[in-house]
Design a protein around this ligand. Structure first.
Ligand code: AMP
Length: 284
């Protein structure tokens, strides 16, 4: 497995693969890899000839008061995990190479970026869309793999790729969870064992909401969210930022024709900010 730091070298490298007709699977990450990331890398390896994993803690998607500096960066461990999961190259650029001083071009996916995470983290998706556009242009993959754990992010990326005619297939992948239901996340490393147990209430609440949600969205569905938020508010040390149910395609409030819903949660617990979601489709 090769480690490439320079964007230009990465571009030259994939160009050679493409000339030979090799398919390229790409998994963008911020490192501190866990079983969720590894499921994406393994899938990319099954479905493509070559696999690139990027590890880049993207400063542009962190707010001024967020955890950019303390975000975990266990590169030696990540390297071993990538190799074992089937990566051929780790693209590991420096912030300076990705954002030189003269940098001034941003991608803004307007509507999908607004609700939920967009309200709590202004500018976050602008940073995400911009870095993913850059990474896709550098790696030029056949397919790029994204987790549904970050459902809104995945929708933002799908929209961007369609709107900007980027010729890459975006492959959504299911959320990998701990046995107790907690969605795997690099930020779970901030939690104590007790906090991790308490955080299992998040997936419990989401499953309860999904069970009770009705189409079209009505008073019964609003009661489902109230029931779920009651479970969330009982999490010791937790502070609920939001629980919302929206049309999973537009991320706008439901209409009578909405076909599937996403119920999404953000909750602060000790030093961590945790997000999770569940999809509910109409035909049940
Ligand atoms: P991150 O390193 O947190 O930026 O995540 C990199 C990619 O892994 C994103 O596409 C995430 O949605 C995905 N991912 C993170 N956690 C999980 C998980 N528990 N299950 C599946 N995919 C995940």
């Amino acid at each position: 497995m090769k480690i490439i730091r320079s964007p230009e070298q990465m571009q030259r490298f994939v160009l050679a693969w493409r000339r030979k007709g090799k398919t390229i699977g790409f998994v963008p990450t911020m490192g501190a890899l866990h079983a969720g990331h590894l499921s994406l890398i393994r899938r990319a390896a099954r479905e493509n000839k070559m696999v690139v994993v990027s590890i880049f803690v993207n400063p542009a998607q962190f707010g001024p008061k967020e955890d950019l500096n303390k975000y975990p960066r266990p590169f030696a461990r990540d390297k071993k995990l990538c190799a074992a999961a089937g990566a051929d190259v780790i693209f590991y650029p420096s912030p300076k190479d990705m954002y030189p001083p003269e940098f001034q071009t941003w991608v803004d996916v307007e509507k999908l970026s607004q609700p939920m995470e967009g309200q709590s983290r202004p500018g976050h998706f602008r940073g995400v869309a911009t870095v993913v556009a850059k990474l896709l242009n550098i790696v030029q993959p056949t397919r790029a793999y994204f987790g549904q754990k970050d459902f809104q992010q995945m929708r933002v990326i799908q929209r961007m790729v369609d709107d900007l005619n980027m010729p890459f297939e975006i492959v959504p992948c299911p959320t990998v969870r701990e046995p107790g239901g907690l969605a795997m996340s690099s930020r779970n490393a901030y939690l104590s064992t007790t906090e991790k147990r308490a955080a299992e209430g998040i997936s419990l609440a989401l499953r309860a909401a999904a069970e009770l949600l009705k189409f079209p969205f009505s008073a019964a569905s609003r009661r489902a969210l109230v029931a779920a938020s009651r479970i969330l508010r009982r999490i010791p040390g937790g502070r609920l930022e939001y629980i919302e149910a929206r049309d999973a395609d537009t991320l706008q409030p439901f209409t009578r024709t909405s076909r599937r819903a996403v119920v999404a949660v953000a909750l602060r617990l000790g030093p961590a900010r945790l997000i999770d979601n569940i999809l509910v489709s109409r035909k049940r």
